[in-house]
Every structure is written in structure tokens, then in C-alpha cells.
Design a protein around this ligand. Structure first.
Ligand code: AVJ
Length: 322
């Protein structure tokens, strides 16, 4: 259809090379690590969907409910002509905005690394919203924001799901500064962030009783097994997630159960693990309103509106350049 533009910034071959480099760097590091973006193969995405339905995992549920409750107010204020979404995935929360913006909205620009998900989502949205055109970009939001086409008018950049919380402070500021370059006064940025709260609630959200989060965490090893012909034994790594209060972040680790050597054939690499040695797989930073306001201000994106649920579990920030 001519209402769909499909823009591939990373081919599968390029993505495979970057994956190899990232796994290599993480496995030869003195403190081993893997990047959380690699959780999300087909199995990992399915496990994450299951996480969002867990009683302990409040963020997705609370954000969706919050967004639903503010969307009319939001759209009345911002009347977006186009929506750019970073890490759009299945665009499920986005539909609340698409529905409410139907009179003003002309174009949707989803950016995501997964071409299959973006492709199927785009087709579904095209048939559901006959006035909408879609310019999908397959890429990494930390690298390809410059590839977003010139604006056609009042732009809203969406970054939901507390995905920003997976980035450390430097990367966060970097990304926000890149976002700043694709908006002008009158546009806005909508940022969903998980908030600092009681440690017990935070830790339970990442240590669910059914072990889904543990399976999600271990799945990153299966991703390496599959794509780099490695022989990680998943049951030889224990899921460990805890709140680091000093740094305001949940840390997820995989802890080696004993001495072991893992062969990663695709990297021609043997990796030795000591008993209790950790692979750091994810940080999930938690924010306060002040922290969000400060980081946005540093990127020259003043906070203009702040929404939160009645229990202040999750926040949605609206920022707009001056
Ligand atoms: C998708 C990044 C928001 O950090 O809470 C869920 C991913 N990790 N359980 C998060 C995740 C473990 C999630 N984000």
C-alpha cells in the first residue's frame, strides 16, 4: 500500500554482527554483562508478555490504566499531527492515543529493531485507521533517530514502558539529546517512567512467584545458544534480581552455579565461570518526578505536565522544547 513506508536501517546481517560484538565484549569483561535488548527474541517477547500479566508486575498495567485515564486531556492539549514511537513493539498502548487523536493525526512513525513485529503491527493499524499513513523504521533508537523523516507538523515523540530505565545515566542523557533534535517548539515528548517506591514492591515485581521473570532472564542465554552455537546450560544459572537503593535501580543477574566452561562456537570463545560469578543482564532504573524533570531539563526539554496514578507507582512526563 502507498500508505506504508518501510525503512530498514539495520539489516539482519548487520544486526548479527553487532550482536556478536556485544556478546563478545560482555563475556570477556572482568564483570560479565549482556545487554537487555537481547532478551527479546520470539520466546523472550512471549515471556515478557507473560510478565506484564503477572500479579506482581505492576508497571505495564499501571501505565496502561494511567494512559487511558489521561489520554483525552493529553490529546486535547497536544493535538498531534504525527506520532513518533521509540521501541514501538506491538504498539498496544499506542492505540489509546491513536484512537483519541483520530481527528488530528495523519502519520505514525514506529521505530523498533524487530521487523516482523513492526510489519504485522503496521498492517493491522493501516486497516484499523484508514486516514493514517505509517512510516515504519527498523532500527535501534540509540543509533537511528536521525533517520526519522522531516516532520509534517505537531509531532509527539512517545517513549513508553519505562524503556528509558534500561539505560544508564550517560546513555539516557544522550538519547534525550537526540530526541531533542527531532522536535521543535509546539511538539512534545511523552515519557513513561517507573517510580521509586517501597523496596518490597519493586523486588517482588522482578521475583515473581511463578518464575516467569527467571525464565525471561535465562532466555538471554538461549538466544546466545541459538545464534552463536553456544552451550550455556540454562539451569546452571540462577536468577537474581534486587533493588540497589543507592543507584535507584533494579539489577538483574544470572549467577553461575559452580565452576563451568561455556563454549561459544560462533565467537570461537571459551568462557570460564567461577562459582557465584554473575552475568549482569539488566538495570531497570526507577525515578522520582524531580529526577525526571532534571534529566529532561539537561536535554533542553522542559517538563510541562506530569501525570501519575493514585498510588504514584508510575509517571508519564510531557516535555516540550521552548
Ligand atoms: C520492558 C524495560 C520496562 O525493566 O521492568 C521486566 C523489562 N525486566 N522484567 C523492566 C523487564 C524484567 C522491563 N522493561
Amino acid at each position: 500500500v502507498d500508505r506504508l513506508t518501510f525503512d530498514v536501517q539495520v539489516t539482519n546481517a548487520q544486526a548479527a554482527t553487532i550482536f556478536m560484538e556485544d556478546v563478545h565484549a560482555g563475556m570477556v569483561s572482568s564483570r560479565k554483562f549482556l545487554l537487555p535488548k537481547y532478551f527479546y527474541d520470539a520466546d523472550g517477547s512471549e515471556l515478557f508478555e507473560k510478565i506484564t500479566e503477572l500479579p506482581e508486575y505492576y508497571p505495564s498495567r499501571v501505565e496502561t490504566k494511567l494512559l487511558a485515564s489521561i489520554v483525552d486531556d493529553l490529546v486535547a492539549r497536544i493535538q498531534p499531527k504525527e506520532i513518533v514511537e521509540l521501541g514501538s513493539g506491538s504498539s498496544s498502548k499506542t492505540q489509546l492515543l491513536l484512537n483519541a487523536s483520530q481527528s488530528s493525526l495523519k502519520r505514525y512513525i514506529p521505530l523498533d529493531v524487530s521487523s516482523s513485529i513492526v510489519n504485522s503491527t503496521a498492517k493491522r493499524l493501516l486497516s484499523k485507521y484508514p486516514q493514517l499513513s505509517i512510516h515504519a523504521i527498523i532500527g535501534d533508537f540509540e543509533q537511528h533517530l536521525a533517520m526519522i523523516p522531516p516532520s509534517i507538523g505537531r509531532r509527539t515523540v512517545l517513549f513508553l514502558g519505562s524503556t528509558l530505565g534500561n539505560l544508564n545515566e550517560t546513555s539516557r542523557l544522550n538519547l534525550l539529546q537526540e530526541i531533542r533534535k527531532i522536535v521543535v517548539p509546539g511538539d512534545c515528548v511523552l515519557l513513561g517512567v517507573d517510580l521509586v517506591k517501597e523496596v518490597r514492591i519493586l523486588e517482588e515485581a522482578y521475583n515473581d512467584s511463578q518464575g516467569v521473570t527467571a525464565a525471561f532472564n535465562r532466555n538471554i542465554l538461549a538466544v546466545i545458544n541459538k545464534n552463536l552455537q553456544a552451550d550455556f546450560q540454562l539451569e546452571m544459572f540462577r536468577h537474581n534480581a534486587f533493588y540497589n537503593e543507592e543507584r535507584s535501580r533494579i539489577e538483574m543477574h544470572l549467577i553461575s552455579q559452580g565452576n563451568q566452561t561455556v563454549r561459544i562456537k560462533g565467537l570461537n570463545l571459551d568462557v570460564l565461570f567461577r562459582p557465584e560469578e554473575s552475568i549482569w543482564t539488566e538495570s531497570s532504573y526507577k525515578f522520582t518526578r524531580d529526577a525526571v524533570e532534571n534529566m529532561l531539563a539537561h536535554a533542553d526539554l522542559p517538563l510541562v505536565q506530569w501525570y501519575t496514578d493514585s498510588e504514584a507507582q508510575f509517571g508519564i512526563a510531557v516535555a516540550s522544547p521552548e
